[in-house]
Design a binder for this molecule. Structure first.
Ligand SMILES: NC(=O)c1ccc[n+]([C@@H]2O[C@H](COP(=O)([O-])OP(=O)(O)OC[C@H]3O[C@@H](n4cnc5c(N)ncnc54)[C@H](OP(=O)(O)O)[C@@H]3O)[C@@H](O)[C@H]2O)c1
Length: 329
């Protein structure tokens, strides 16, 4: 197994390395890839020093699997070049997610759709992954009619430069601006670019990707995505209307029995999910489970996960593991 991590110097890339180590992903050779700016730079992983290489050199090495987290334009240009030499690309960017010929995979939900000839596999948007993982068992039992989601997203979701902006603001220094406004002590109802319909691209990703992952265009979804000055993970308020009525105890039980989901729901003892506790964890945390008393068959829930983990690195490594376990790579 020759494995390439493309974008290895970035936030998601370094998280991928941690997850590969923790999950003991089996490989014989590791290629750490970034832009030409970083080529030649040294990175250490598991006590060994690696020299960062550029994309052309990485393609020439014909890796078996390449996990990409280097932005959409890099993926659009380079994923096909890797695919051409036989590499399976698992891509964290949004470049291929809505391409009808590419699978959009959360292994616990639709890993079974993967086939041996899939060459570019898309990792969904971080906010979408944590929401669909928590909703999947409930959808199976009660059917979903409509989802209303509002997010509270970590600055780590924008990458290293955004974390630098927030930290510089905290120190009173003049930062290089990634966001249009100050992020520390502020809330931006704006993630990714605005679309002609007034939604942001992040909101449209949540809407469209949810339908694709569940393979159900009839699910109604509306989203408001918001950036907050927090590290550690994304939080979401999700209001979901089911086709059938539910029992709250059964909802708790279904979620508790779902691999990768942890229920933290004990309001009497102030137990609920928070990014502070989700940080560096692979699981998706669910709490504040309560009936929406304003309309039938509707549940309110609070979902938190580390966007760099299940929202990106963990999900990508799980896809790679699935391929290995099923002898597809
Ligand atoms: N952050 C998240 O929560 C999250 C979640 C899901 C998906 N993603 C996606 O993952 C990707 C990376 O996000 P990030 O947060 O890790 O960003 P980041 O911290 O800014 O890192 C970007 C990485 O991409 C590399 N890169 C940039 N331009 C490149 C080029 N032309 N050729 C090769 N490598 C290039 C950078 O290398 P240099 O160091 O050499 O510039 C760096 O390793 C994005 O597509 C993002 O949408 C992020």
């Amino acid at each position: 197994m020759k494995l390439a991590v493309v974008g290895a110097t970035g936030l998601v890339g370094s998280e991928i390395l941690e997850v590969l180590d923790e999950h003991q992903f089996p490989f014989d050779e590791l290629l750490l890839v970034a832009s030409e700016r970083s080529a030649g730079k040294k990175l250490s992983f598991k006590g060994k020093e690696y020299t960062v290489i550029g994309l052309s050199q990485a393609v020439a090495e014909k890796p078996d699997i390449a996990i990409f987290s280097a932005g959409g334009s890099t993926s659009l240009e380079w994923a096909p070049k890797f695919a051409e030499v036989g590499t399976i690309v698992i891509d964290n960017s949004s470049a291929w997610r809505m391409d009808p010929s590419k699978k959009l995979v959360v292994p616990e939900i639709n890993g079974k759709a993967l086939r041996i000839d899939d060459r570019i596999i898309a990792n969904p948007n971080c906010s979408t992954i944590q929401m669909v993982l928590a909703l999947a068992p409930l959808r199976e039992k009660y059917g979903i009619k409509r989802i209303v989601v509002s997010t509270y997203q970590s600055v780590t979701g924008t990458g290293k430069a955004a974390v630098d902006q927030m930290m510089a603001e905290r120190k009173g220094e003049k930062p290089d601006m990634v966001y249009p406004y100050k992020i520390d002590l502020n809330v931006l109802p704006h993630i990714d670019v605005f679309q002609p319909n007034g939604y942001t691209k992040e909101e449209m990703k949540m809407i469209n990707e949810t339908k694709k992952i569940f393979d159900d265009p009839s699910i109604q979804v509306t989203a408001t995505t918001v950036r907050i000055p927090v590290m550690g993970g994304h939080s979401e308020s999700v209001n979901v209307e089911f086709k059938k009525d539910f029992d709250l105890g059964e909802v708790r039980e279904l979620l508790s029995n779902t691999p990768g989901v942890v229920v933290q729901d004990d309001p009497a003892n102030n137990v609920y999910p928070m990014p502070l506790n989700a940080h560096k964890r692979d699981e998706v945390f669910v709490g504040r489970l309560r009936r929406d008393e304003s309309q039938p068959n509707t549940l309110n829930m609070w979902i938190v996960a580390d966007n760099l983990r299940k929202g990106a690195a963990t999900n990508a490594v799980q896809i790679a593991s699935y391929l290995v376990e099923h002898s597809m790579a």
